[in-house]
Design a binder for this molecule. Structure first.
Ligand code: AHM
Ligand code: MG
Length: 342
C-alpha cells in the first residue's frame, strides 16, 4: 500500500531564525542580513540562468579596480547586492571587488552595525562558456565609533568574521554559509523560489581526493611550492597522489573540494608575488567556511584568518582544503625563502 510520507522542508528563512534562537542576545539583525543576501542571490541566479538568452554576455567595456575586464553580469550582480542591502538599516557600509572604495549607506537610510564585503560574481570570465560562477560574502561587526563604517572596520582579521558564505550558480544554485555554528548548504528550488536546507552540517573529509591548482604557473613558483605540488601529486614523498581538478572558478573549485576533500592552491609566483586572490572577500570567507567544516586555510606561512589586512583589495596566496593536505602545505612551505626566476 502506498504511504503518504510527509516531508519536512526547512527554508533558509526558517533555518536562520532557528539558528538565531540559539544565540542569547541576538537582535535579529544578522539574520536579516543573511536573508537579504539570499534574496539578492535569487535575483542573480535568475539572471545567470538567462545569460545566453538575454544577450547579456560579453564585456561591459569597463575595467574594474583590479584592471580586469568586467562582464555585464558582474555589473548586474554588484548592483543587485548593493540595492538589496543598502536600505535595511542593518549595514553601515559595504565593500565589493567591483568598487575601488567603501560603498557607503545612502544618507536617507539608517545605518546598522554590520559591514558586508563581497565578490559579486567570482569567476565571471567563465560565464560565456557556461562554467559555474559564484558570489562570495563576508560579514564583520563595526568596531569604530560613529555611524558610518570606516576603512578600519573592513580591515579586521578574518577571525573576527561573524558570518560568511558563498552562492554557487551551477547545475543547481546553492547557498552555503556559516555563522560559526557549522556549515550549512541550501539548494534553490526554482519552482517555489526558495532556498531549502539540503546539506546540513557539512564536514570536509580530513584526507582529500582532489588537487586544484593552475600549474601553468609552475615556472614562476619557488622551489618549496614546486616541491609541495610534486608531493601532492605523489611524485615525491611517497604520498597517495591526488586527482587534479581545476575549474578556474574559485567557488566551484572550493565547493567540490568541500565535499570530496583535497586542496585548492593559488600560490604566489614571480609575476604575482602576492598571489591573485583577494583576502577580504575571497580568502577570508572561504577560510571561515572550510575551517568550520573541519579543514584549514593558510597563506603559505600563517592561518589566513590571522592575516591582518592593510588594504581593502589586498591579495593573498591561498592554500585551502582538507586538514591533512593543508598541514602538509604548512610544513613544506615553512622553509620557503626567495622566489625563483624572474
Ligand atoms: P575574478 O575574481 O576576477 O573572477 O578572478 C578570480 C578567479 C577565481 O575564481 C579563480 O580561482 C582564479 O581567478 C583563476 O585564476 P587563473 O586563471 O590565474 O588560474
Ligand atoms: Mg573574484
Amino acid at each position: 500500500m502506498l504511504q503518504n510520507k510527509a516531508t519536512s522542508v526547512v527554508t533558509i528563512e526558517r533555518f536562520i531564525i532557528e539558528e538565531e534562537r540559539q544565540v542569547p542576545d541576538a537582535t535579529g539583525e544578522l539574520s536579516g542580513v543573511l536573508y537579504d543576501i539570499a534574496l539578492a542571490a535569487k535575483m542573480i541566479a535568475n539572471k545567470v540562468r538567462m545569460a545566453g538568452l538575454a544577450d547579456i554576455l560579453g564585456s561591459h567595456g569597463e575595467e574594474n579596480v583590479q584592471g580586469e575586464v568586467q562582464q555585464k553580469l558582474d555589473v548586474f550582480a554588484n548592483e543587485t547586492i548593493i540595492k538589496a542591502m543598502d536600505h535595511s538599516g542593518r549595514l553601515c557600509g559595504m565593500a565589493s571587488e567591483e568598487e575601488a572604495e567603501i560603498i557607503p549607506i545612502p544618507d536617507k537610510f539608517r545605518c546598522g552595525k554590520y559591514c558586508l564585503m563581497f565578490d559579486p560574481l567570482d569567476g565571471s570570465s567563465n560565464i560565456d562558456v557556461n562554467v559555474p560562477v559564484g558570489t562570495i560574502f563576508s560579514i564583520v561587526a563595526k568596531t569604530s565609533n560613529g555611524t558610518n563604517a570606516t576603512l578600519e572596520d573592513f580591515l579586521q582579521p578574518g577571525a573576527r568574521q561573524v558570518a560568511a558564505g558563498y552562492i554557487i550558480y551551477g547545475s543547481s544554485t546553492m547557498l552555503v554559509y556559516t555563522t560559526g555554528r557549522g556549515v550549512h548548504g541550501f539548494t534553490l528550488d526554482p519552482s517555489i523560489g526558495e532556498f531549502l536546507l539540503s546539506h546540513p552540517d557539512i564536514r570536509m573529509p580530513a584526507a582529500g581526493r582532489y588537487l586544484s591548482v593552475n600549474d601553468s604557473y609552475e615556472q614562476q613558483w619557488d622551489a618549496p611550492v614546486k616541491s609541495l605540488m610534486r608531493q601532492l601529486r605523489g611524485l615525491e614523498g611517497g604520498r597517495k597522489p591526488l586527482s587534479v581538478r581545476y575549474v578556474g572558478s574559485l567557488v566551484a573549485d572550493v565547493h567540490r573540494n568541500l565535499f570530496g576533500g583535497g586542496i585548492f592552491c593559488y600560490p604566489a609566483n614571480t609575476k604575482s608575488p602576492k598571489g591573485k586572490l583577494r583576502l577580504l572577500y575571497e580568502a577570508n570567507p572561504l577560510a571561515f567556511l572550510v575551517e568550520q567544516a573541519g579543514g584549514g586555510a593558510i597563506d603559505g606561512k600563517k592561518r589566513i584568518m590571522d592575516v591582518v589586512p592593510t588594504e581593502l583589495h589586498q591579495r593573498v596566496p591561498l592554500y585551502i582544503g582538507s586538514k591533512d593536505a593543508v598541514d602538509l602545505a604548512s610544513r613544506v612551505l615553512a622553509g620557503k625563502s626567495e622566489l625563483v626566476g624572474t
